[in-house]
Design a protein around this ligand. Structure first.
Ligand SMILES: Cc1cc2nc3c(=O)[nH]c(=O)nc-3n(C[C@H](O)[C@H](O)[C@H](O)COP(=O)(O)O)c2cc1C
Length: 203
């Protein structure tokens, strides 16, 4: 499987979590990484370029911090401009058919806070509904997110565990070893990677 990582972080120079995750991605041969804020600092996303890149890959990963229960603004701009009617969806819009889409997200709130009883009232995957349905509209298979929880409380060692888990996940996807049917039923892909549940408090 050919994997594309579309990375969006508007303040990458201050990042702790994604700095580590991106380092892990860069060490993996065969994964295409596109840093959207670096390529499009003025939000002038080029649909033709992006569509060409998409066609060359089987698995599309949006990697980003969780901002206001969604992604940073450039992700939305990218979707608005790239996922065109007649190309991605609608009559004859089948170019993404059969590909997989997933998100790799970091959240300030911890795992317990993202639950029906917790501070944010819903699990992270529920907030991803617009992404999930957009993938479906474009005839793609949507996989649950890989989530780095409670970013402010994570030690360097815990961050390393997440980076290692992400690497395992990418390798399994590349090698076609991920049980996609099982994966689709999960709330998060974390449990497939062997990373320990790190936090349980509700904020
Ligand atoms: C503008 C903004 C909005 C944010 N919104 C959320 C949010 O809705 N939920 C949440 O759990 N964390 C939220 N956060 C916290 C970030 O997700 C967290 O700082 C980030 O994932 C840490 O990753 P980094 O070290 O790579 O920057 C927000 C942060 C910023 C700056």
């Amino acid at each position: 499987m050919k994997v594309l990582v579309l990375f969006a972080h508007p303040a990458f120079e201050r990042s702790r979590v994604h700095a580590k995750l991106i380092r892990a991605v860069k060490q993996l041969p065969g994964v295409t990484l596109r840093d959207l804020y670096e390529i499009y600092p003025d939000f002038d996303v080029h649909p033709d370029t992006e569509q060409k890149v998409l066609k060359e890959h089987d698995v599309i990963i949006f990697q980003h911090p969780f901002y206001w229960y969604s992604g940073p603004a450039l992700i939305k701009q990218w979707m608005d401009l790239v996922l065109e009617h007649g190309w991605a969806y609608g009559k004859d819009g089948n170019e993404l058919k059969g590909k997989y889409m997933l998100q790799v997200i970091s959240t300030g709130g911890n795992e317990g806070a993202y639950s029906p009883e917790g501070h944010h009232g819903h699990v992270v995957k529920q907030f991803m509904l617009p992404f999930e349905q957009s993938a479906r509209l474009c005839h793609m298979h949507y996989l649950p997110p890989f989530v780095v929880h409670g970013t402010n409380q994570l030690s360097e060692q815990q961050l390393d565990q997440y980076a290692q888990g992400y690497t395992q996940l990418l390798q399994a996807i590349q090698a076609g070893q991920l049980d996609l049917q099982r994966a689709q039923q999960l709330q998060e892909l974390n449990s497939l990677t062997g990373i320990p549940q790190i936090t349980s408090a509700s904020k």
